[in-house]
Design a protein around this ligand. Structure first.
Ligand SMILES: [Zn+2]
Ligand SMILES: [Zn+2]
Length: 370
């Protein structure tokens, strides 16, 4: 998808000095005006995309700073990827950006319901990204009646109770004045239609339940509990209205070898007393397999080795986290007589210097002034 080259501030109609609140306000106003749900203008969708992109960049301080300094080129080299999301409905959008419900739920559209499924993946799969077949039980339009609910060849007439409106208005008077209450027509359930002979497959519902397998691409770097949205893969709406969305909640299983913290991975490695003293090369597990790590003679317990870029990929950018390896030194627990004798002999030869730490930078500094 091509990035717009237009000025983001101009697109939102705000000054370069605009604060967070002003940017939010401008975006809210433009989204209400341009969202494909509400605007029929031929260029509305294109303009809406640009406005969303401008808001995505300017609403986050990291990307806004990049843009302020280096313009569009700065964003591209910073790995910014514009709008790969689906708009959904206007209320979805506002819920996503502002956490509010603009239309108030009852917009008069009977959009199909969303559905959610859960998949479990291994930590190593979360590191590399993986495609999973996810089963869904989803309502789809009935093929026999074409989603209309009536047996083919039979007629659909207007509901007599609500005269096709799908709603009934009740006016009640009280000492405080007149109240108008709207309710869904109980006869037709809001469809406004009367089916003479219901379809034999769906019993007039217009929808049937189907088992469906979807290939879901799980991006590398995903965190436990995050959800992916598959736009338009939810339940079919009643009588041909818009389909809902499917959500996949991803559970990342724990791996006993690794502890994940953000994009970093922690592991421990056991060195025997002699390996730590003499130096050794040992194999450590990583998310991508195994790797050889070299330890110097005199390696101390508690030392942390940082393996750069061996952690989890970041969902947002190209940078990977690190793997931090904590050294544990194992001391012998069961000694034979011979081993005990050798260690005692070693100890006789050991002195203060044997265990002395190398001069630290601070020590060197001190001796320089002596
Ligand atoms: Zn009715
Ligand atoms: Zn049917």
């Amino acid at each position: 998808m091509a990035t717009t080259e237009r000025d983001y501030y101009e697109l939102l109609g705000v000054a370069r000095s605009a604060d967070e609140g002003e940017i939010k306000k401008a975006f809210r106003r433009l989204a209400r005006e341009l969202h494909p749900d509400v605007s029929d203008a031929p260029d509305a969708e294109e303009r809406f995309r640009e406005v969303v992109e401008a808001y995505e960049v300017l609403s986050r301080s990291e990307t806004r700073e990049l843009y302020d300094r280096y313009g569009h080129a700065g964003l591209r080299s910073g790995g910014f990827q514009p709008g790969t999301f689906d708009f959904g409905s206007l209320s979805d959008l506002f819920a996503a950006f502002f956490g509010d419900d603009l239309i108030g739920g009852r917009a008069g559209r009977t959009r199909g319901a969303d559905l959610i499924a859960e998949v479990e993946i291994e930590l190593a799969e979360a590191a590399s990204g993986v495609t999973r077949e996810v089963p869904f039980r989803v309502a789809v339009p009935c093929t026999r009646c074409g989603g209309k609910g009536a047996e083919p060849g039979t007629e659909i007439t207007t509901c007599l109770t609500c005269r096709g409106a799908g709603r009934l208005q009740q006016v009640s008077r009280s000492v405080f004045g007149e109240f108008v209450r709207t309710q869904t027509c109980p006869t037709c359930g809001g469809s406004g239609r009367k089916i003479e002979s219901p379809c034999t497959v769906c019993s007039g519902a217009g929808r049937v339940i189907e088992e469906r397998l979807l290939d879901v691409e799980i991006p590398a770097g995903i965190h436990d509990g995050q959800q992916l949205r598959l736009s338009g893969e939810g339940h079919a709406g009643a009588f041909g209205s818009r389909t809902g969305d499917a959500y996949v909640r991803v559970r990342v299983l724990g791996d006993p070898r690794f502890v994940r913290e953000g994009d970093d991975i922690f592991t421990t490695v056991d060195l025997t007393m002699t390996q730590a003293a003499l130096g050794a090369t040992v194999t450590v597990p990583t998310l991508m397999g195994t790797e050889e790590l070299e330890f110097d003679p005199g390696t101390q317990p508690g030392k942390v080795v940082v393996m750069r870029g061996r952690g989890m990929p970041s969902l947002k950018g190209s940078r990977r986290g690190d793997q931090r390896v904590l050294v544990n030194v194992v001391v012998p627990r069961h000694l034979s007589d011979e081993q005990r004798r050798l260690l005692a002999e070693f100890d006789e030869h050991a002195d203060e210097r044997t265990y002395k730490a190398d001069e630290s930078f601070f020590d060197k500094l001190k001796s320089a002034f002596r």
